[in-house]
Design a protein around this ligand. Structure first.
Ligand SMILES: Nc1ncnc2c1ncn2[C@@H]1O[C@H](COP(=O)(O)OP(=O)(O)OP(=O)(O)O)[C@@H](O)[C@H]1O
Ligand SMILES: [Mg+2]
Length: 266
């Protein structure tokens, strides 16, 4: 049994125009300690799928389990990094981490949690910024707080919804390599949603392709063979990297073109 198992997961939203099938019959197995990326056209249902795995949204049909137990709601075994950071604006960097830590570990002493907090602030290179408020941070710094907060609760599954999507190219490249290093050290089971094909290839063991919606499905699983630790420089010149990148890009453009054609017909 895979660590994370999804069977026939379907989500139907009730809308003013009637039921809307966002994703349909999603089957996915994620093995322990692997890094999986999900790639698909905009609006196909990636966030919906991730929120279902996080337990923030219920599936309309199908079943899903983590470590053999059904997922029925959010839990500290799953850490989530959101695209829009989702920090509490009135709390400092350390405050945001401590809030999460105290919620997840109510029995641990404050001193112990403060140590954990410090360790993770260090890990994402935010030492010296502990007392700043989110509005005093750059986008890249805010996302590093988000990463530290998700990791500090020591989840066994890390869920990331386009964590670097809002960042400039340079910060993004830097944080991609940071995530690769942090993941190398922890080997957490991870699921990443991204629009960035190079990011998916740099970080993952498997890339999962989703078709366009409505009723989006998983169309392909692509194993990513490169040895770790990986670096962007080493991969860029690798012919297999170039080939995989081209094939992922073809899939995405085909799906996106099909969406436009469907739109033009209506
Ligand atoms: N609460 C909701 N009610 C109705 N429809 C919804 C709701 N949430 C999402 N949808 C619809 O479900 C589909 C999938 O949305 P979702 O946000 O999961 O897509 P996505 O793949 O994450 O898109 P993007 O790449 O742009 O982030 C979209 O058509 C969206 O309009
Ligand atoms: Mg999304």
């Amino acid at each position: 049994m895979a660590e994370l198992e999804l069977r026939n997961v379907t989500k139907v939203f009730e809308t003013r125009n009637g039921p809307f099938v966002a994703i349909e019959d999603i089957d996915l197995d994620v093995e322990a300690n692997t890094f999986v990326s999900i790639v698909g056209p905009s609006g196909c249902g990636k966030t919906t799928l991730l929120r279902i795995i996080a337990g923030l949204v219920d599936a309309s049909a199908g079943s899903l389990s983590f470590e053999g137990r059904p997922i029925t709601g959010p839990g500290p075994d799953r850490g989530v990094i959101f695209q829009n950071y989702a920090l509490l604006p009135w709390l400092t960097v350390a405050g945001n981490l401590m809030f999460a830590l105290e919620t997840v570990f109510p029995k641990r002493s404050r001193a112990e949690l403060q140590q954990v907090c410090e360790r993770y602030i260090d890990l994402v290179n935010l030492k010296g910024s502990e007392d700043r408020l989110p509005r005093e941070l750059s986008g890249g710094m805010k996302q590093r707080v988000g990463i530290a907060r998700a990791l500090a609760i020591e989840p066994r599954l890390l869920l990331m919804d386009e964590p670097l999507g809002a960042l400039d190219a340079l910060t993004r490249t830097y944080l991609q390599e940071e995530i690769e290093k942090i993941w190398e050290a922890s080997r957490l089971t991870a699921v990443l949603i991204t629009h960035d094909i190079e990011e998916a290839l740099l970080l993952s063991d498997v890339v999962v392709l989703m078709s366009r919606g409505p009723a989006a499905r998983i169309t392909k699983l692509i194993p990513v063979p490169f040895k770790r630790p990986r670096s962007r420089e080493a991969l860029t010149g690798d012919p297999e990297f170039v080939r995989l990148k081209a094939s992922l890009l073809t899939h995405l453009t085909q799906e996106t073109r099909a969406i436009e054609e469907a739109r033009n017909r209506t």
